[in-house]
Ligand binder design. Structure first.
Ligand code: NAD
Length: 490
């Protein structure tokens, strides 16, 4: 496995050059697995953002004039280089998130698949050719670039998050300023390095490091940023929408979830337990699509709960390939989770397992939470309604299908949902009636493929969808062209 030559202080990439913030400040990036400092990260301010946006604006003229097919070819070279360096990228992802290398490699390969799909869109970028009410008139639609894209991402699956935004933004002919997640600075830094090595023209992709409230906010406020795509919490998403709304900049929001997984009385229980466990605890529950509300029919409640508890108690927590889940991303998030569990128990919920920080010798210093299962939480309590983004799931007992569907929909979020049943009528009814952007039968609450749209209802988003070809709608302007010809001049 190759190891990247990491900088001691992660710089910005502006116009294909590595530069530290003019603020002179930096922040620490700690290892979630050990709590030790991995590196410093340059603390960018408004001035750095202005410089990066300016570099992107200057690159827009040539990049937007480059034919889509050629843009796709250049991006394909970036993907090939990403694939060639997949082990280094995975090593970087594992180091800064604390997840197992095996998982990080899977995530890197997903980013590569995403890249290949989007690079090939350069050969399509389909519009519509249609008829007209007027004789001798030809009507078509074409996709045109919007300008500079401001891309802001979360740290949970850092290389996948980069790929989801950068490839569609660039293939559509925009240039970009990517605001790296402060908890995953090295992955974004390495990606830009790889893109430069692969021949992406200078200024087409710029990367800004630092705090969301500082350089993230400055990017959103910058009036030269024409489209903003954000993956992160609903609270920050709302703030971004308000700021961008002031100047009517286009905004795509990929936000949080509180995703239900329903287990019916006719479910294959072993399969349901397996998927409920993966949905709740994989990536330490740090998935927007994590299954944090497990809704179980009355008649099988005890049996399911006991099997789920046995499965959960057997999970291994740690950063290696032999472990089932790793740490959470930082200590602040861990403390929030512990406080939420305490509040839930104080309000009458029952802690069935987990609920504590792991601080024995094997986990000392790291940000590890035991996988946690809670029952008897009130449906309107904070733990039932607020996203925790950690390895915490609540069990709910319902009398029948109607109650299960009602509880599944009793949320201000609507990202993903799943039902376990062998009844085709129930499965079909649920997938149609559940308020979610993704509905799954007999598997997990998660699942996204490069060619399929992903996004949520309600407060899980603002109606946009990425990736899939639907992502092209986020990053391009649609223009209708009418050509009127004079038959006499043919
Ligand atoms: P967060 O909202 O705190 O931060 C996300 C990003 O926004 C970071 O890069 C951060 O620096 C930046 N940011 C913070 N404040 C900002 C501001 N005022 N202006 C501009 N940028 C700002 O979220 P997080 O805790 O890092 O990530 C977890 C959240 O992301 C969860 O809610 C999760 O569900 C969501 N998420 C959603 C998806 C999806 O596709 N729907 C995918 C992954 C994660």
């Amino acid at each position: 496995m190759a190891t990247a030559d990491y900088p001691s202080c992660v710089p910005n990439w502006i116009n294909a050059k590595q530069v530290l913030s003019c603020s002179g400040g930096d922040i620490a990036k700690l290892s979630p697995a050990s709590g030790e400092e991995i590196c410093r990260v340059t603390r960018s301010n408004k001035e750095d953002v202005t410089t990066a946006v300016y570099a992107a604006m200057r690159a827009t003229r040539d990049w937007s004039a480059t034919p889509g097919v050629q843009r796709g070819e250049i991006l394909r070279n970036v993907v090939i280089e990403l694939q060639r360096q997949r082990e280094t990228v995975a090593e970087t992802v594992a180091m800064e998130t604390g997840k197992a290398y095996r998982e990080a490699l899977g995530e890197t390969d997903a980013a590569v698949a995403q890249g290949f799909f989007m690079a090939a869109e350069g050969q399509r970028l389909y519009g519509r050719t249609t008829t007209s009410a007027v004789a001798n008139r030809y009507s078509v639609t074409v996709r045109q670039p919007i300008g500079v894209a401001g891309l802001i991402i979360a740290a949970n699956t850092p290389i996948a998050n980069v790929a989801w935004k950068v490839f569609p933004a660039l293939v559509c002919g925009n240039t970009a300023v990517l605001k790296a997640a402060e908890d995953a600075p090295l992955t974004a830094w390495l990606f830009a390095d790889i893109a430069n090595q692969a021949g992406l023209p200078a200024g087409v992709l710029n990367v800004i490091q630092g705090l969301g409230s500082e350089c993230g906010a400055a990017l959103v406020e910058n009036s030269d940023v024409a489209v903003i795509s954000f993956t992160g919490s609903t609270a920050v998403g709302k703030r971004i929408a308000m700021t961008a709304g002031e100047r009517l900049a286009r905004v795509s929001l990929e936000l949080g979830g509180k995703n239900p997984l329903v287990v019916c009385d006719d479910a294959d229980l072993e399969n349901a337990v397996n998927w409920a466990s993966l949905s709740a605890f994989s990536n330490a529950g740090q998935r927007c699509a994590a299954g944090s509300r497990i809704i179980i029919f009355d008649s099988i409640y005890e049996e399911f709960r006991d099997r789920m508890l046995a499965r959960t108690r057997a999970l291994k927590v740690g950063p290696t390939d032999k472990d089932d889940l790793g740490p959470v991303i930082n200590e602040r998030q861990l403390d929030n989770m512990l406080a939420s569990i305490d509040t839930a128990v104080a309000s009458g919920a029952t802690l069935l397992c987990g609920g504590k920080r792991l601080d024995d010798a094997a986990h000392a210093g790291g940000f590890y939470l035991q996988p946690t299962i809670i029952e008897h939480a009130a449906e309107d309590s904070a733990i039932s309604t607020e996203e925790l983004f950690g390895p915490i799931a609540c069990l709910y007992r319902v009398r029948d299908y109607a109650a299960a569907l009602a509880l599944a929909n009793n949320s201000r979020y609507g990202l993903t949902a799943c039902i376990h049943t062998t009844n085709v009528h129930r499965a079909t009814d649920f997938t149609h009636k559940v308020q979610a952007g993704v509905a799954v039968v007999n598997a997990g609450t998660y699942g996204s493929e490069p060619h399929m749209p992903f996004g949520g209802h309600r407060q899980s988003g603002n109606g946009s969808r990425e990736p899939g070809t639907e992502a092209l709608d986020v990053y391009s302007e649609l223009k209708v062209i009418y050509v009127n010809i004079d038959p006499a001049k043919v």
